[in-house]
Design a protein around this ligand. Structure first.
Ligand SMILES: *Cc1c(COP(=O)(O)O)cnc(C)c1O
Length: 398
């Protein structure tokens, strides 16, 4: 199999199309889908040798690795600027794998409080069950990060842009504080996408994605990926994931590999539309607030634009009339669909308080700003003018 090595000198959009490509003896143009769980050895001795030591592109079993999955891993690692990546069955398998593979009883973790519900479950309920102590901080306050660090702190964890209230975390600031005690900075970078931010360049050590979101971008498959150094991926993450079964399916890897070819174009178009909609909706009488990092009114607009090229593809809208108005608004939409994915080509709207963040207590919701009137809008690839008309008409109905 010919191996098209990663070419880090090329620009991101070129790497998104070519990095990681492997070609079989047939010279296929489009990446092949190797829908196989096993691999044949030439002899018993060859099988023994591969179990003792396998080179790159010597596969054993799809739970450990697969050529199509390897192409996806190398392509996203190239985009993210890390030495290696490990693909997982879902975003949550990636978050869990990145944390659990490196933590043990007695370790300490500092985490931002504003997290996706399932991330919060891993930090609050799972890690603590195995003797890991977790301190939650207001992720936007560097003094709280500083105060929480201890000599035994092993990990600083946060979502670079939080779900759903779009708080922006200072990646360089937190990384500097965490590195002083030798902690590893793990960033869940779903909302910032692999396109808008050089997360590793800003100081993070590990970047985790739910590939289900912008990387697929068309709402088809689940996937996740952990990007980091060769040492961390091969010696810490891989042994844990290959033996605990969080591997990505080759079919999903193939879908996601092809999706990476268009991720840059899609995310840029979606972010441009998101900005136009945020500007068009700001000041609407039915809305108490439009929260979008690309708007000057966002409390951390300066920080957001310093770390990200664009404001992202997601915004939060706070209906002045509370939950009843939010429900009327959702029900009156004709183009924007009610669902809970994000990063999709189809615009999607969610009422976090009653769905994605329902599990949280009223106190937790209010600390995180998840009010009854708050809705999260993931902007898709539809025409911006059509979307604005749909949103404004539904706001009139609310
Ligand atoms: C969706 C999401 C996840 C989980 O990803 P799955 O692919 O659904 O498992 C993790 N973190 C963030 C920020 C997300 O939005």
């Amino acid at each position: 199999m010919k191996d098209d090595h990663q070419k880090p000198k090329l620009n991101a959009r070129t790497r998104a199309v070519h990095a990681g490509t492997r070609r079989s003896q047939y010279g296929e143009v489009s990446e092949a889908l190797f829908l196989t769980q096993g691999f044949v050895y030439d002899s018993a001795e060859a099988a023994e040798a591969r179990f003792i030591h396998s080179e790159r592109d010597q596969f054993i079993y799809a739970r450990y690795g697969n050529p199509t999955v390897a192409m996806f891993e190398d392509r996203i690692a190239s985009l993210e600027g890390t030495e290696a990546a490990f693909a997982t069955a879902s975003g949550m398998a990636a978050v869990n794998g990145a944390l659990t593979s490196m933590l043990r009883a007695g370790d300490h973790v500092v985490s931002a409080r504003a997290l996706f519900g399932s991330c919060l479950y891993i930090l609050e309920d799972v890690l603590t069950r195995y003797g890991v102590e977790v301190t939650f901080v207001d992720g936007t306050d560097l003094d709280q990060w500083r105060a929480a660090m201890r000599p035994e702190t092993k990990v600083a964890f946060f979502e670079s842009l939080s779900n759903p209230t779009l708080e922006v975390i200072d990646i360089a600031g937190v990384s500097e504080i965490a590195h002083r005690v030798g902690a590893t900075v793990i960033v869940d970078n779903v909302f910032a996408t692999p396109v808008f931010q050089d997360t590793i360049g800003l100081g993070a050590d590990v970047v985790v994605y739910s590939a289900t979101k912008h990387i697929d971008g068309q709402g088809r498959v689940l996937g996740g990926v952990i990007c980091g150094t060769q040492d961390y991926i091969r010696k810490t993450v891989e042994p844990y994931l290959k033996h605990t079964g969080g591997a990505m399916s080759p079919f999903n890897a193939w879908v996601l590999l092809k999706s990476l070819e268009t991720v840059d174009l899609r995310c840029r178009a979606q972010a441009e539309t998101a900005l136009a909609l945020a500007q068009g909706l700001e000041g609407n009488a039915a809305l108490a607030r439009v929260i979008y990092p690309g708007l000057a009114s966002h409390p951390q607009h300066g920080l957001a634009m310093g770390q990200m090229e664009k404001g992202g593809t997601v915004m939060a809208l706070e209906l002045a009339g509370g939950q009843a108005a939010a429900f009327r608004f959702l029900n009156a939409l004709e183009i924007v669909t009610i669902s809970n994915n994000l990063g999709d080509a189809k615009s999607i709207i969610t009422h976090p308080a009653t769905t994605t963040h329902q599990r949280l207590s009223d106190d937790q919701k209010s600390v995180l700003g998840i009010t009854p009137g708050l809705v999260r809008l993931s902007v898709g690839l539809e025409d911006a003018g059509d979307l604005l008309v749909d949103l404004q008409r539904a706001l009139d109905a609310a």
